[in-house]
Design a binder for this molecule. Structure first.
Ligand code: ADP
Ligand code: MG
Length: 585
């Protein structure tokens, strides 16, 4: 731990202890205690949304349902079953974990709008059950005489415990982005396709985020029930789910600090406007206007706004030692004699469009092989089938002799595939270094030494493409050409056996193209196998020894570079022009 981190942790613990002591000991009116218990317990549920929406980018419009689950578990558990508070709370947390994981597993293969609809439906079902399953839930009357834990009977002692829970859970959520699973969540939020190709099991990460959010909703709800001793279905309706989301967005979706600010504001603001009650509707209008103004002028929420202004003081210190030379030593998993890549009768149809039509080719180990063809001839689709983004309609793909045709993207990355995208797909909220760390971190690239080794590996990869000096800058600040280089570094950091490059030279100026050519030669000199798509015939002939040509999804030529480019059919495919005058570009 650095000195600064140590000082920060110390300050945080001190503040937390002071807050708990103040909540327990400072004399307060009942009303104030109520507001604070509500803020603390809501904040824990909003922390859940920080994880699922802020970190992982998945919408969850059922947080009030999970909150209600936890509240009813404590309510029914302590009042009807006479269980100890903690046991009831633990049961509530377990139930919400299972419900969250189940809801996530069944719906997270669906995209954005569907996910929103399913979570709304789930929320409505839970509310209906609370209202109508009267023998168990007591229906609309709700549950009363809810018990608190022994030793925390007084409102303020209970408040102190809630504040401690906020501090502890807030700390864990705050640390989460720096853990492997938290990094994976951020990558999924920033760019799902790139996350999969970087070796992340996207579905698993989403389910984990969803389940974690549900548990935090359940814990918040359980504490809420203990705080108020009475719960009823109307407290856990869809409208409350929307309030939770608003709290998250208002404070700043990406941080537990924002969650706490948003929660406090949305609870205190309406309360403090109550004096306007004499004019009906006025307080709601002011309240609504304030929220609209904040979200309009602070799109990253209040805390995001503040953070943006203090970021330069929080920038990590520059590295003092130069990184080690990048080692590319792909461990071939297949037979020693097998080609790096073997594509057999591969097809990909989109409805009636045969984007890739029964193509076969192979790439020898250590070779640079080019895949060329006019626009729309199926090159990118081929790459997407190779990397598992699309399932093949038929045919097979072997990587180092191993059949990977049925594997999802992250498993192919573990098996030795690395790639870049035609349209740059970086993780846009992260620095260059963080992007490359995610590329380095996958099960197929075991690095001894934990996070430090990952950072070292990522710095080596950035140094290899010439950008290590700017490692800690946000990727959005880099030029287009440099962003392409960061994508290449991200792929190299994963230590692939085969590197797939989709039009790396597109959009580069002549100087940058020459730098790219030199970089490709340096990669090839390290023995890495490359399959490159590009329109720049000068670049292709300078780096690639072998070429496969596609036209209308079919392979029309395959072999040594010079001989392929001389074939009449290839020249004809380029509208009769010389191949180095790409009329199609
Ligand atoms: P290239 O990379 O060679 O320019 P593509 O592989 O991007 O070509 O596209 C090949 C063909 O497949 C085009 O006709 C394109 O419209 C079609 N295509 C690509 N992706 C999809 C998709 N997701 N859905 C439907 N058609 C697609
Ligand atoms: Mg393409």
């Amino acid at each position: 731990m650095t000195r600064r981190a140590l000082a920060g942790s110390f300050a945080f613990v001190l503040l937390s202890v002071l807050a708990v002591a103040a909540a327990t000991l400072v004399p307060m009116q009942d009303y104030t205690v109520h507001i604070l218990v509500q803020t603390a317990t809501f904040a824990i549920a909003v922390f859940g949304l920080t994880v699922v929406l802020g970190l992982c980018g998945q919408i969850n419009l059922a947080q009030a349902a999970f909150f209600g689950f936890g509240a009813y578990a404590v309510g029914l558990g302590t009042a009807d079953l006479h269980l100890n508070f903690w046991i009831a709370l633990a049961m509530g947390a377990a139930v919400t974990l299972v419900m969250g994981a189940f809801l996530g597993m069944t719906t997270l293969r669906l995209g954005g709008h569907y996910l929103a609809m399913v979570t709304i439906s789930f929320q409505q079902i839970v509310t209906l059950v609370m209202v109508n399953w009267i023998p168990v839930t007591h229906g609309p009357d709700g549950v009363g005489s809810i018990q608190r834990p022994p030793g925390l009977q007084s409102s303020q002692a209970f408040l102190g415990m809630c504040v401690a829970a906020v501090a502890l859970i807030g700390y864990l959520v705050w640390r989460l982005p720096q853990t492997p699973i938290g990094r994976a969540m951020r990558a999924v939020r920033d760019n799902e396709l790139a996350a999969g190709v970087a070796g992340i099991n996207v579905y698993k990460v989403k389910v984990a985020a969803f389940a974690l959010a549900a548990v935090l909703g359940g814990i918040g709800g359980g504490l809420f029930a203990g705080g108020f001793a009475y719960v009823s279905p109307d407290q856990f309706s869809f409208a409350e789910s929307v309030v939770f989301i608003t709290m998250t967005l208002l404070g700043g979706v990406a941080s537990p600090v924002g969650a706490l600010i948003g929660t406090g504001l949305l609870i205190v603001l309406p309360e403090s406007l109550r004096f306007l009650k004499s004019v009906p509707g006025l307080y709601l209008a002011i309240y609504g206007l304030a929220i609209i103004l904040i979200i309009r002028y602070m799109p990253d929420g209040i805390w995001g706004f503040v953070q943006h202004r203090v970021r330069r003081w929080l920038a990590p210190p520059p590295f003092t030692a130069a990184p080690a030379e990048l080692v590319l030593s792909p461990a071939y998993q297949g037979a020693e004699t097998a080609a790096a890549l073997e594509v057999r009768d591969l097809a990909k149809h989109f409805g009636g469009v045969k984007a890739v039509d029964q193509i076969s080719f192979s790439v020898g180990r250590g070779e640079v092989h080019a895949l060329i063809g006019p626009n729309g001839s199926g090159k990118t689709t081929t790459l997407n089938v190779l990397s598992g983004i699309y399932a093949a309609t038929s045919g097979s793909v072997r990587l180092g002799g191993r059949d990977v045709t049925a594997l999802p993207p992250h498993a192919r990355t573990a098996a030795g595939l690395g790639r870049t995208f035609q349209n740059i797909r970086l993780f846009r909220s992260m620095t260059a270094l963080e992007n490359v760390v995610i590329g380095a971190e996958h099960p197929g690239n075991p690095l001894a030494g934990g996070h430090a080794a990952l950072v070292e590996r990522a710095r080596s990869a950035l140094a290899f493409v010439g950008l290590e000096a700017r490692a800690n800058e946000p990727v959005t600040g880099f030029s287009y050409g440099h962003q392409r280089l960061i994508e290449i570094a991200r792929a190299l950091a994963g230590n692939p056996t085969l590197l797939l490059l989709d039009e790396p030279a597109a959009g580069l100026n002549p100087t940058e193209k020459m730098e790219l050519r030199d970089l490709l030669r340096r990669i090839a000199a390290k023995g890495l196998t490359i399959l490159i798509i590009d329109h720049d015939m000068t670049l292709v002939t300078e780096v690639a020894a072998r070429i496969t040509v596609l036209n209308f999804g079919r392979r029309i030529a395959d072999g040594g570079a010079a001989e392929v480019l001389a074939q009449p059919e290839v020249i004809a495919a380029y509208l009769g022009s010389e191949p180095d005058v790409p009329a199609f570009a």
